[in-house]
Ligand binder design. Structure first.
Ligand SMILES: C[S@@+](CC[C@H](N)C(=O)[O-])C[C@H]1O[C@@H](n2cnc3c(N)ncnc32)[C@H](O)[C@@H]1O
Length: 250
């Protein structure tokens, strides 16, 4: 159940990425904060059992600057993608990245919460993908979204999500976070030639998590949501510390 206070926080954070400073540095920041975005996108493209020559239909939830959509089109050159995001400025940046293949992508500005109402007549898709976007949702919202996702998938269609999670044990969570901060510290030193303490990194990230409205679940909860939404299978395909690629088949 979402409380009124949580709902207000949500309304502010849904558009947290519609910020020109954030968008300008987004991809460079992701290389520092989540370098596994590259690995995770390649897992998505590898696990999907489709042929390069197929005329596939995809939905990309929280497309942001279009990183995953771009990888999908590189892997499946005849694919068409419906790309959703609440942040118009992120979509503008995605259009630049996808400039050479804009005829393959239809962009829609929408929140995930509004999607079932706004796009209830979408033709069935072969796969719904997402990268680092769904951890902004509360459990109930994710379940509603996943039921919608299942409803628009073709029979045997795939849902594949790359995301971040919390650990079930506080000691393991602290260890995962520490390793994450150390990685950020090394990459900041190497790429930006800047020295940041682990405390600075920890407090910057916790501010960012609040601003972005992060709501991390356990990976087991996310798999459970897929099962509850009625998928025939829920599976983790890849995991490293706090990040995983998981999904289900209709
Ligand atoms: C961390 S970015 C990930 C972008 C991209 N998928 C990537 O891998 O780089 C999260 C994206 O999800 C979008 N987003 C977050 N919450 C949303 C919501 N409730 N509805 C629609 N989009 C949302 C943000 O606007 C942002 O573009």
């Amino acid at each position: 159940m979402i409380t009124a206070m949580e709902n207000n926080t949500l309304r502010e954070t849904v558009y947290a990425f519609n910020n020109s400073d954030l968008v300008a540095s987004y991809d460079a920041d992701m290389d520092i904060w989540h370098p596994n975005r590259v690995k995770m996108a390649s897992i998505v493209c590898e696990i999907l059992p489709f042929d390069r020559t197929e005329h596939l239909r995809f939905l990309d939830l929280g497309t942001g600057t279009g990183y995953l959509s771009h990888k999908i089109i590189e892997t499946f050159p005849y694919a068409k993608i419906v790309a959703i995001d609440a942040a118009a400025l992120m979509i503008e940046r995605a259009k630049v990245r996808l400039n050479n293949c804009l005829d393959h992508v239809t962009f829609h500005i929408s929140t995930f919460q509004d999607l079932p109402k706004k796009m209830d007549t979408l033709s069935p898709v072969d796969a719904v993908v997402s990268s680092l976007a769904l951890h902004h949702l509360y459990r109930e919202e994710k379940l509603t979204l996943l039921k919608y996702v299942r409803s628009i998938l073709k029979l045997h269609g795939w849902f594949v999500n790359c995301d971040v999670f919390k650990a079930s044990d506080a000691v393991v969570e602290a260890r995962f976070r520490r390793l994450h901060y150390q990685g950020i510290q090394e990459r900041t030193r190497k790429v930006r030639h800047e020295e940041k303490s682990l405390d600075e990194i920890s407090s910057a990230l916790s501010d960012k998590e609040k601003k972005d409205g992060d709501n991390l679940l356990l990976l087991t909860d996310d798999l459970q949501i897929i099962a509850e939404a009625g998928f025939r299978t829920a599976e983790c395909f890849w995991k490293e510390y706090r990040e995983a690629v998981y999904g289900g088949i209709k």
